[in-house]
Design a protein around this ligand. Sequence first.
Ligand code: ATP
Ligand code: MG
Length: 420
Amino acid sequence: MKASLYHFKTLRDTPSDAELISHKLMIKANMIKPIASGIYTWLPLGTLILKKVENIIREELNRGNCLEIIMPLVQPKDLWDQSGRSKEYGPELLGFKDRNKRDFYLGPTHEEIITEIAKKEISSLKDLPKIFYQIKDKFRDEIRPRFGVMRAREFLMKDAYSFDIDEISMHETYSNMKNVYKNIFDRIGLDYRIVSADSGSIGGDKSEEFHVLADSGEDTLAFSNKSDFAINIELLDEKDPKKISGMPSPDGNGNLNLKKGIEVGHIFQLGTKYSKSMGLTVQKDNVLQEIFMGCYGIGVSRIVAAAIEQNFDDDGILFPESISPFQCYIILINQRDNPQLNSEAEKLYLELKKNDIEVFFDDRDLNPGVKFRDANLMGVPYQLVMGEKTADNQTVELIKRIDQQKEVLKLNEIINKFKS
Ligand code: ATP
Ligand code: MG
């Protein structure tokens, strides 16, 4: 992509109303634009990053034999009456009537819909086990939308739902999904921890959360210094972090240390909560058995913000390569009235593109300081600097964004560098 063809409107000043660094940087780099409280448009740069996250999640789920579907955002209230959650879920559930006075909700999660679908699609033991998933916007009328896309009202979630004949098989599916989740967060390159958690209004017997560690996290996590014990402190009797820190670990091993986390994923063993209330059964040994379910969420849009919370410096974002909008950023210096330089840069750009290397070419006729500022802000991991001098001897300066390490490479070496 060329800057001259792109939609490039980075802000010079840091927005003052944004509290979190990720929110500031996403606004400053023009990735997102608010339209109402907790409701955003993802602009081209933000969309590129969001799609990278989405694709990693999709690939790993597909590898784990999960089947992608698309469920409706608008959900009949009747289904929520059946599960009992129209009363339970609370004011985050936004409802409305259609022209025939029928009640609907904007989907904050999809347990009711998927259970209704499973009633039609799962008719015998042969249909089990099965995992369906979707990547789809959710709406929750959050009491305090804040921190940009970190806590939005409309946000992108990946939600998966599993179906098994018994508890043992549900545990197996759950543990496979936990591994799929580890693969996803490892591949994105996030520093995360898994903790036991409260199942809240989704319900069920057991749940665990995946947290990206960051000082700005809204959740407090407790870890034993001697064992694998790890818990969201909302599950402890004592809630005061000052008192919990140093307390003996409830598993009897060592003491508790605290860290702040951003919840990016949550996996649940639902058991028969929804199959019982909504009547999801199959025949086994001539009796009708309730199906054991699990559900598995990932905050896709929240991951973009969480990744920035963990990866930034004074100049901007330091995206992990896995989700960076581009692999490299060509900065052309003083190209005005220099046709040779322009044509060398154009050649390099086309060559990189031909080799499927995602390249952003800053061909704007602007002073180099502006280009470096934008390149640093955007967080692209490698900058390729071309000026009069380098063009004369057929070289490019490669700068690694994260540590400013510089290397001069021959034009024909660049492609191999990125391919390796
Ligand atoms: P939180 O405790 O942060 O409100 P939750 O426990 O209500 O989240 P889940 O129902 O577990 O959320 O949803 C699955 C995932 O969706 C969460 O782990 C989180 O990453 C993401 N998510 C939830 N609410 C929001 C939101 N308002 N904005 C962005 N992402 C969200
Ligand atoms: Mg949760």
